[in-house]
Design a binder for this molecule. Structure first.
Ligand code: NAI
Length: 265
């Protein structure tokens, strides 16, 4: 069955990479459902796109809420063709200092949310449809003070492979993308740490951070007929940063603290 004009559910679609993906998929004629923890933003974004786009509030870690979302979408728009999980948070902290609550919150949203997205896709996506999980460069490249995020995203990569095997008999494809540093509200805090983004760029062969549109283009491909023979794959989208090393946020924060105490003194 063709993916043309498919119903696409984008979880975490109200901001950043998810929003760029929603705009791209709506522009090519998909019926885009923007689902987000921030329900007001999801509705507002859907209004910006117009047409058959709709916005819904959802907590990606809530199994009942996710089930209701997919039941509603199916009742309103028919069978789902594509699910894209872009919901993510990051709570940095070295292992010695990271609270259990921050660890669990990160793993819940990033990994359990991906699990529930696939679980709902297994129930609601029609034959020939697809799922894209937004993992991360940090699923394969470690970063100091990023244990929860790195571990969760590594889990997402394996989840995509297992899901690809399990859903293949129904011809549902499951793939992942691994963005490197992309300017979005999620990474705004990192831009306030002097030198951090510069260090990323120094360790990026193509010499620039990514844009949400860089990632959306590949998600658009993975949810289209052009990717009809791809499943269980993870695509690195990071300007080549996976060939080098990730910035050390702890060192950069220490530099920042030292500079501010010098200025104070
Ligand atoms: P963002 O913060 O701009 O967008 C994330 C969206 O997810 C927001 O609209 C937020 O409300 C929603 N969300 C957060 N928690 C949620 C929850 N529990 N349930 C439902 N929705 C929830 O972030 P960005 O950068 O667009 O991130 C999208 C995905 O890309 C995330 O999975 C992130 O981990 C991943 N990623 C981002 C990178 C970056 O440099 N920006 C790099 C690598 C991966």
């Amino acid at each position: 069955m063709s993916t043309q004009g498919q119903v696409a559910v984008i979880i975490g679609g109200a901001s950043g990479i998810g929003w760029a993906t929603a705009a791209l998929m709506a522009a090519r004629g998909d019926t885009v459902i923007i689902a987000d923890l921030d329900g007001a933003a999801a509705t507002a974004r859907a209004g910006e796109l117009g047409g058959s786009t709709a916005g819904h509030q959802v907590q990606v870690t809530d199994e009942t809420g996710m089930r209701t979302l997919f039941d509603t979408v199916t009742a309103d728009h028919g069978p789902v063709g594509a699910v894209v999980d872009c919901a993510g948070i990051s709570r940095p902290g070295t292992i010695a200092d990271l609270s259990l609550a921050d660890w669990q919150a990160t793993v819940d949203v990033c990994l359990t949310g991906a699990f529930l997205s696939v679980k709902e896709a297994a129930r609601s996506v029609r034959e020939g449809g697809s799922v894209v999980l937004v993992a991360s460069l940090n699923g394969r490249q470690p970063g100091v003070a990023m244990s929860a995020y790195c571990s969760a995203k590594a889990g997402v990569l394996m989840l995509a492979e297992v899901a690809a095997m399990e859903l293949a008999p129904r011809r549902i494809r499951v793939n992942a993308v691994n963005p490197g540093f992309v300017h979005t509200p999620l990474t705004y805090g990192a831009t306030l740490v002097p030198g951090l983004v510069d260090e990323y760029v120094e360790n990026t062969p193509l010499g620039r951070p990514g844009t949400p549109e860089d990632i959306a283009q590949t998600i658009g491909f993975l949810t289209s007929d052009a990717a009809g023979w791809m499943t269980g794959a993870a695509i690195d989208l990071n300007g080549g940063a996976h060939t080098m090393r990730y910035p050390n946020i702890v060192d950069r924060l220490a530099d920042m603290t030292a500079a501010s105490s010098t200025n104070d003194g």
